[in-house]
Design a protein around this ligand. Structure first.
Ligand code: UT7
Length: 323
């Protein structure tokens, strides 16, 4: 059977780093509160000339370099984002243009923090369906642009950045020994909309709006939802917490990561944690974490890697990849 194998990976971060201490004088908070409750120490914040498209392009170029490929080799770009440059056209098409691609097709996906997990799953199906041979899957966000910088309960949590993968069709045996995307489990439940949303949009207020979150409520649901989809993937593949090599979770809160790993019986040292460096970068968080663990030599060819995310909607999901 056809498998979607990871051929390259890359990431990009805005130049400016904002440390927890930089909130002094802006909102009533402290480095201690942010670090203890979330694990976050710093985040990158986009300057005016840094956008979801420019960060996405930079991550895509890094992934192409890593793969030894050029934009000519790509058939499809899937961009996961909730902070597009414009309401339309899709920012993926803008990235396609920035890369100088005059062939193929590109579109955006919107599943908030689960966007990258949804996008990898979608790209895998396009490859398996024969519509594309090589796909750039990008997660890129500029959440700093939709934050209410006077609301301490949200503005300290998020950051900007981008990550990208190149997936390529390869013949596999149809077993978990194959390289590539092995299984996925996706879920959504719109009854939770009011717990995490943006209070604007083209068809309602006509404005971009600001992020609103009932953090405690999201926290309450997160661990159960994350562990459900991972257990589903374990059941369908026969992979277990013991045989898994790396757990690459959405980077929202260190406490959620720790509690999910503990509930699943995944050893602490298998969890890739970058939340202290990037904060919550929504759809960019999983590829940024992946990129970090590949660059530092932890994730190697042949390793079994579980990606997971949960966010606004609610949406949630998990993808198992043999690197
Ligand atoms: O990516 C999408 C998924 N999102 C998430 O996974 C986020 C999930 N939620 C969380 O990570 C946590 O709920 C938060 C980090 C958002 C909050 O942590 P918490 O332990 O649930 O705190 P809390 O909301 O229960 O607030 C505790 C206290 C409150 O004060 P009172 O009511 O106890 O007096 C807040 O007003 O902390 C206060 N607080 C702050 N204090 C200092 C809220 N934000 C801040 C702040 N600095 N920035």
């Amino acid at each position: 059977m056809i498998r979607s194998v990871v051929r390259g990976i890359g990431s990009a971060l805005p130049r400016r780093i904002m440390k927890n201490s930089d909130f002094a004088g802006m909102v009533e908070t402290s480095d201690e509160w942010i670090a203890q409750r979330t694990g976050i120490r710093q985040r990158h914040i986009a300057a005016d000339d840094e956008t979801t498209a420019s960060l996405g392009e930079a991550a895509a170029r890094a992934a192409l370099d890593n793969a030894g490929l050029t934009p000519d080799d790509i058939d499809l770009i899937v961009l996961a984002t909730s902070t597009p440059n414009n309401t339309f056209p899709a920012t993926a098409v803008e990235i396609q243009n920035r890369l100088g691609m005059r062939h193929g097709f590109a579109f955006d996906m919107q599943a908030v923090c689960s966007g990258f997990v949804y996008a990898v799953t979608t790209a895998d199906l396009y490859i398996k369906g024969g519509l594309a041979r090589r796909v750039l899957v990008i997660g890129s966000e500029t959440f700093s642009r939709i934050l209410d910088w006077t609301d301490r309960s949200t503005c300290v949590l998020f950051g900007d950045g981008a990550g990208a993968l190149v997936l390529e069709a390869e013949e596999g045996q149809g077993t978990v020994a194959d390289r590539g995307v092995l299984a996925a489990s996706l879920r959504s439940d719109g009854t939770h909309k009011d717990k995490l949303y943006v209070d604007g949009g083209p068809s309602t207020s006509g404005t971009v709006g600001h992020l609103k979150m009932e953090g405690r409520e999201v926290f309450k649901h997160a661990v159960g939802m994350i562990t459900d989809v991972i257990e589903d993937v374990f059941a369908r593949t026969g992979v277990s917490a013991e045989t898994l090599d790396w757990f690459v979770p959405h980077q929202a809160n260190k406490r959620i990561i720790d509690a999910s790993a503990k509930k699943l019986g995944i050893a602490e040292e298998k969890a890739v944690v970058t939340v202290h460096l990037h904060g919550n970068t929504s759809a960019a968080s999983v590829p940024l974490a992946l990129s970090t663990a590949v660059a530092d030599g932890r994730i190697k060819k042949g390793d079994l890697v579980m990606l997971e995310a949960m966010g606004g909607g609610f949406t949630w999901g998990a993808v198992l990849i043999r690197w």
